[in-house]
Design a protein around this ligand. Sequence first.
Ligand code: ATR
Length: 277
Amino acid sequence: MTRRCFIIGHPVAHSRSPLIHGHWLVEHGLAGSYERVDVAPAEMAGFIARLRAGEFVGGNVTVPNKEVVLPLLDEISQTARAMGAANTLWLEDGRLHGDNTDAYGFLAHLDACVPGWAQQSVAALVLGAGGAARAVIHGLVARGLRRILLVNRSPERALELAEAFPKVVEARAWQEVAALVGESSLIVNTTSLGMHGQPQLEIDLSALRPGTIVDDIVYVPLETSLLAEARRRGGIPVDGLGMLLHQAVPGFERWFGVRPQVTAALRAKLEADIPGA
Ligand code: ATR
């Protein structure tokens, strides 16, 4: 029997997840599918009923449905609860489970690019205070980072997110970024700035210390201006494509019973689909 999986978002046509799961299905010779389904938030309950009725074994949830799906689930993992959002769903013994693998994906890619990074990290600077920032901070705290500086265009969102991680996350003003760069051994951009079609992220990296890891979760373009500038200044650039690839691993394993690998061939396939990469 063909196991059907989905990605539900609104819009969803741009999603590259079908490329990833399609690659793994072929690689492992599995009879399965992974389909884009456009589902608006107001249609979520109807779609979840189809899932429960057996049309699918599970799937991914993307913007803007990651939060609205939570009340429709039977079991919510601790991580998804902490995130207030789920991106991976599966049926198990008739119950609908939801997890969030964004923090896992972020950490797994950093581990692959810079082994031992957490031991070398003194302070991290996180730009942005949305859902992606919450996932990144959750991951950094789980790895034992004890000082995380958080800046955001809207200061009240940074303050609110910092309150969820008392004593570790400190909300600071965007105007301080240039100075905070010099205090940080890891810098992560979680804003949409620098993404194709969005304004550039303009921050002054002149205080960047060589060896500082600069991680941009934006992956279109693959090398953002932030990463290019970090590279020029002796920083270690980490792009956002790896997070996308790694966050897909736990879902595929749940749905198809095989833990897939993020290989160079898979990465090359995704890179070929990114303009200018
Ligand atoms: P996600 O769930 O992907 O993190 P989000 O919750 O919409 O998406 O958050 C987007 C982040 O990018 C926010 O930190 C946002 O800043 P605000 O909280 O002030 O909105 C940031 N962002 C988006 N456009 C921006 C811009 N033009 N300048 C500065 N920050 C921007």
